[in-house]
Structures are given as C-alpha cells and as structure tokens.
Design a binder for this molecule. Structure first.
Ligand code: NCD
Length: 325
C-alpha cells in the first residue's frame, strides 16, 4: 500500500484522525496539534493524574500479540483515565490459540461494542488490515507493527525532544543500535523528517544496519564517536534478539558495550545539553551504561511519562473524529 492510500485510511474526509497506523503522510501542523494537546494531559510527578469523561461509555480493547510493558500499560491507563471500559485480551488464553483467524477475533470483540482496537503484532501490515475490515465507527491504533512502525512511540519521542529543545527542526539526532529491526527508529525518523529539516545520524553494527531507503534524510555513520560529536539528541536501541533468526554471530554483551554502547566517555562528545533517550526495555551495560541511563542527561523516564499523555491525546482525537456517531 502506498503512502497516500494509508493516509486516506487513517484520516476522515475532513482530515480528522480515524485510525493511527503510521506517522508517514501526516502533516506537520497535525503532529504539532497532537503534541500540544498531549501537554494538556500532563501533570507534575506526585500529583493525581488528569482525568476526564471523554471516553465514558466507550470500550478500548488492547490486543498485544507481542510482549509489552510501557505501551500496553500506558494505553490501558490512558483509556481508564478517560473513563473508558478497557479489555486487555490475554492472547495466550484466547481462541487464536485454537486456530481462530485474527479477523474472527476482531469481529467477535466488535460484536461486544469495542470502539478502539490497540494492536501490537509481529507481522507487517496487521494494523492496516484490521483497519480495512472494521466497522466505520471503530478505530485501530498501531501499538507496534513488526519492524515497520510504532507511531505513538514516535510521537512521544518528538514530544520529549520538543520539551528539551523547544522546537523540532535544525537538530542533530543520533540513533545507535539495532536499526535493522527498530520500528521505534523508523517512526522517529519519519516524524523528524516531517517536522524538520533535522540531521539524522545512524550508527549500527554492520549486521544490524538499516535499509537506508527507509531513511531518505538519514546518514549511516561508521564511527560512533563522530556520530555523537555535537549531537543534540542521542537515542540508543536494544538488540532485538527475538527478530534475529537462527544462531546469532553477534558479539558478546561486553564487546557490544565497548563498540556501540553509550558510555559516559562517549556521551561527553555530544553537546553539553544533549539529551539521552531510550524507548525501553533497556539492557543496561549493553547498549547503554548504567550511569548514563540514570544520569542528568537521561530523559528515559520522561519518555514513559509522555507516552501516557500522547496516548490520551490520540484517544481523544479519534473519538473527536466521530463526534455525532
Ligand atoms: C520498543 C518496541 O516494542 O518496539 N519498545 C517500546 O514500545 N517502548 C522497543 C524494543 O522492544 O526494543
């Protein structure tokens, strides 16, 4: 499917958000509005979270066919804080294990008045496939699609960067790690090119290098120190061993830290006000040294906090698109 077809699918005729499948094709002001709206759902640590009735009487179904901590928990809390009924389908105990097709599972839950499906799956194209087959009043939110796309993560990463750097252009952003399998990096790259221009530097072990056609505005840099030099933002990524088939010839954790890990020494080459990001889950002392993950430049817990606000904003936006239904 090409970009404009997916774009048509995810927006209503009046340009409102019907499904969120990808950041590709979204307009700059559309993304800015979503980020602004999510600021409204933020609250100071230690204070009660904001709550409203925007989703009162609605049902949000979490369908996670791959493991998740942050994304799943934050979608659940986001929906509950907006007064929705939330169903977390235990996929290991569901009839999919008995051979039911994904669409039959969807139709079953749709018959119970599900309004939103939040979907994570290891196969490319599943969120879009579901979006094409649900009723016109049902929305699909992509919560992680194979190595292809993770749009709410992309939005929360953009929000985190904007909060520290004030705007989202003219930045040097360095992403280090398993870029070959990272849907997080792809959505961030898409978001940065919409909001940019930005300089996107990518660093990966040769066997985990990305297809650079997916990063038209990125550059692959061999030397990690050169890539970090003067960066405003550094994101490190976990090696996604679950997506690497067969016996891996990858280096040991210690060798990886030596060659590709973000250590304090390496971080000192970035701008003094550079921020350090990681989508989680983290493997400490592999892709990121413990003191860097916990250090003053780390915004990793802020990313998590922003994830909740972004998911509330996205849920609010999809329900707004169907006002009157
Ligand atoms: C990431 C994912 O699932 O793509 N995690 C997340 O959603 N925060 C990254 C990963 O699993 O490494």
């Amino acid at each position: 499917m090409n970009e404009s077809e997916t774009g048509c699918l995810q927006l209503t005729e009046s340009g409102k958000l019907r499904h969120l499948l990808t950041l590709r094709g979204l307009r700059r002001d559309f993304i800015s509005d979503l980020l602004d709206r999510s600021e409204h759902y933020q609250h100071k640590p230690g204070t009660p979270p904001s709550r409203d009735k925007a989703l009162d009487g609605r049902t949000v179904v979490n369908l996670f066919f791959e493991p998740s901590t942050r994304t799943r928990a934050s979608f659940e809390l986001a929906a509950k804080r907006m007064s929705a009924d939330v169903l977390n389908l235990d996929v290991n105990m569901s009839s999919r294990k008995k051979g039911e097709s994904i669409l039959d599972t969807i139709y079953t839950l749709q018959a119970m008045q599900a309004d939103v499906f939040v979907v994570r799956d290891a196969s490319a194209g599943i969120p879009e496939f579901i979006a094409r087959n649900v009723q016109p009043y049902v929305s699909v939110l992509n919560a992680g699609e194979a190595d292809v796309s993770h749009p709410t993560q992309g939005l929360l990463d953009l929000l985190t960067i904007r909060q520290h750097k004030q705007n989202l252009d003219g930045l040097t952003v360095t992403v280090i790690g398993d870029l070959k399998h990272s849907r997080v990096a792809r959505s961030l790259g898409e978001g940065l090119s919409i909001m940019g221009p930005n300089e996107l530097r990518l660093v990966a072990p040769p066997e985990l290098a990305p297809d650079m056609e997916l990063y038209p505005q990125g550059v692959l840099v061999d030397d990690i120190d050169e890539a970090i030099n003067g960066a405003d933002v550094i994101m490190t990524l976990r090696i996604q061993r679950e997506r690497i088939k067969g016996k891996s010839s990858l280096m040991t954790n210690h060798e990886y830290l030596q060659k590709y890990g973000l250590t304090e020494e390496r971080l000192s080459r970035a701008r003094p006000d550079a921020i350090v990001m990681h989508p989680g889950p983290m493997n400490r002392d592999v892709e990121i040294a413990g003191p860097v993950a916990d250090g003053p430049q780390s915004v990793i817990t802020q990313q998590v906090n922003n994830g909740l606000a972004i998911r509330m904003a996205v849920l609010a936006a999809v329900f707004e698109s169907r006002q009157g239904q």
